[in-house]
Design a protein around this ligand. Structure first.
Ligand code: XBP
Ligand code: MG
Length: 253
């Protein structure tokens, strides 16, 4: 029987609900500071989330909604740099809390001797800011590997970031379980060869198609805040190590 050796976490939407009240707000602040009247409403942002990566998302927005606007790569890079600075400030004040069960599961995994990794399209500085402010001052050191941003050529839904994280861990797909919140994340995970995958839904992803996920829940759950299962291979009112090992055994036999 294969052994579950590592948990690989997505960040945005999985560790914390950072998209609507974090990234979106920081993008809008950067646009306003540059004298641009672009307003990424909560609704519009749902469409923009189809494209992962901030620079790529700005380009997609312009191509689709302002095709007459000619934006150089330098303009987009400058806006994105400013957005990153603003996002990291937002993580300090007021900050965004971790989703239910995230801290508990990280602690349980560490106690069980598992490796922990991050695989995200977001910029490394954003990951550091979230972990330091919402997990712990030494939050980055909880993870053996943090794979983020432009470190790989192709962002999710391409598998590159998961392949990179596994290479760095020295592990194979059957050793790992991934935690994601989106369809783009699901495709990235499955194409990397990882077959044990837990999806935690959120407002932006609840209607997406998660065919191929091993378990879909509304969140990871805590003793005083049980989770609800949407679909999947195991029953659990809390996603804990025991449930994840069971799920991994179902998938890999
Ligand atoms: C996260 C993202 C990120 C952020 C913005 O996707 O799409 O691009 O929205 O990050 P996932 P940057 O959760 O699937 O990894 O602006 O730093 O690129
Ligand atoms: Mg995500």
């Amino acid at each position: 029987m294969k052994e579950l050796k590592a948990l690989i976490f997505d960040v945005d939407g999985t560790l914390a609900d950072t998209e609507r009240d974090g990234h979106r707000v920081a993008f809008n602040q950067a646009f306003a500071a540059a004298g641009l009247d672009w307003d990424w409403t909560e609704e519009l942002y749902g469409d923009l989330l189809k494209i992962t990566g901030g620079k790529e998302r700005i380009r997609y927005f312009l191509d689709k909604y302002l095709p007459e606007f000619e934006a150089s790569a330098e303009l987009i890079a400058g806006l994105h740099k400013d957005k990153t600075q603003r996002y990291t400030k937002l993580m300090e004040n007021p900050g965004i809390p971790l989703r239910p069960g995230v801290r508990r599961l990280l602690q349980e995994a560490k106690q069980a001797g598992m490796k922990l990794a991050i695989a995200t399209t977001t910029t490394p500085a954003n990951v550091s800011a979230l972990l330091q402010n919402s997990l712990a001052a030494d939050g980055e050191s909880w993870f053996d590997i943090i794979a983020a941003g432009d470190i790989v050529p192709a962002k999710k839904p391409a598998p590159d970031i998961y392949v990179y994280a596994m290479e760095q861990l020295g592990l194979a797909p059957e050793d790992c379980l991934a935690l994601e919140d989106s369809e783009n994340g699901l495709h990235s995970v499955l194409q990397s060869g990882i077959k044990s995958l837990v999806i935690t839904l959120n407002g932006y992803t609840q209607d997406q198609d998660f065919e191929g996920a091993s378990l879909v829940v509304n969140h990871l759950g805590d003793p005083d805040n049980k989770c609800e299962k949407v679909s999947g291979l195991v029953d659990a009112d809390m996603v804990n190590i025991e449930a994840l090992k069971k799920l991994h055994a179902h998938v890999w036999g």
